[in-house]
Design a protein around this ligand. Structure first.
Ligand SMILES: [Zn+2]
Ligand SMILES: [Zn+2]
Length: 349
């Protein structure tokens, strides 16, 4: 079936509206009319081939919220009219250890990405959420709680679950002292989710101007990371840190803020490696450094249910599809609070 989408035709050209063909509905498939799609930094990197893996034409978008319009014969959990979400994955091998453990994001064969992946049925590219519709296997579709404002739900599907997964996996609980490094799309969700879990959140930022916002979002303390005195005052005060900054940076000052047995989790991937951290504090205080990649389908559903109970959505700026290049340009300057979301119904195709 042919639909309209915002298509990157090569790395240098702006996205433009073009027709693409979705795969015919399989028995396990759900066809979704897309209402909103968040604009993740990966979309920008992929549209412009900055990771040198893009295949064109390419339709970005993996923070999808929409309404079910059609279901295949074997779909039991969804029906037309349901409000649903799709995140970064649309398939995986389903058989390896990690798929069996419901950790599809670590599938040994590699999960099928929502866009620029290889569609199992067609052998063609998978097409992302900057589009009117998407067809996805039901296993990779999640339910969106009714009460939430849907545009703000979209960024939960990538940014939200990316910080939710390590918070849950490593057992962060009420009363824990949690640091969040960087107040962007990911960081602002980490502040909201960790504080809703009952943790006491410290936000590390390079820009003092973000302090007020961090407190509004739920942080108890703001530390300007360029201020040595402020960093010194935060020494050995935290149990856990989610580091959301992907630019290469020195991890040592953050490790210094962890208590014995503390853990620093990195969720951003730097283009150049971070400088190697000093091992001495790791040994002396039994510190851990971990990474974490997005989150499973089960975790995504749990996070959405949690957000429904706690009335949490992302802080967003809504745009029409034709404003995408302006949005990309502003993202490069860090000028967005805190995620752009495309309103498909406001988009002229
Ligand atoms: Zn993303
Ligand atoms: Zn697998």
């Amino acid at each position: 079936m042919k639909i309209n989408a915002l298509v990157a035709h090569d790395a240098a050209k702006p996205l433009s509206s073009s027709a693409i063909t979705l795969r015919p509905l399989q028995q396990q498939d759900v066809k979704i009319e897309i209402l909103y799609c968040g604009v993740c930094h990966s979309d920008l990197h992929m549209a412009r081939n900055e990771w040198a893996v893009s295949r064109y034409p390419l339709v970005p978008g993996h923070e999808i919220v929409g309404r079910v319009v059609e279901t295949g014969a074997d779909v039991m959990n969804f029906k037309p009219g349901d409000v649903v979400g799709v995140g970064v994955m649309v398939d995986s091998c389903r058989q390896c250890h990690f798929c069996q453990q419901k950790e599809e994001q670590y599938c040994e064969s590699g999960f099928v990405a929502t866009y620029n992946g290889i569609d199992k049925y067609t052998g063609d590219s998978t097409w992302g959420g900057y589009a009117q519709n998407v067809v996805v296997d039901q296993h990779f579709v999640v339910s969106v709680p009714q009460a939430l404002p849907l545009a703000g739900v979209a960024p939960l599907l990538c940014a939200g679950v990316t910080v939710w997964s390590p918070l849950r996996h490593f057992g962060v609980k009420a009363g824990d002292k949690v640091g969040v490094v960087g107040l962007g799309g990911l960081g602002h969700m980490a502040v909201k989710l960790a504080s809703a879990m009952g943790a006491e959140v410290t936000l590390f930022t390079t820009s003092p101007a973000k302090g007020e916002d961090a407190l509004r979002l739920g942080a108890k303390r703001v530390v300007v990371s360029r201020d040595a005195q402020q960093m010194a005052s935060a020494q050995t005060s935290l149990d856990f840190i989610v580091d959301c900054v992907s630019a290469p940076h020195d991890l040592d000052p953050y490790l210094a803020t962890l208590k014995t047995n503390g853990r620093l989790v990195l969720v951003g991937i730097p283009e150049q490696p971070h400088q190697s951290p000093n091992v001495t504090p790791l040994v002396n205080r039994r510190l851990s450094i971990s990474g974490s990649s997005i989150g499973s389908i089960q975790e995504t559903q749990e996070m959405l249910d949690f957000c429904g109970e706690h009335n949490i959505t992302a802080d967003i700026e809504l745009i029409a599809g034709e404003e995408i290049e302006t949005a990309f340009a502003r993202m490069l300057k860090g000028d967005v609070k805190y995620r752009f979301v495309i309103d498909m119904q406001a988009t002229h195709w």
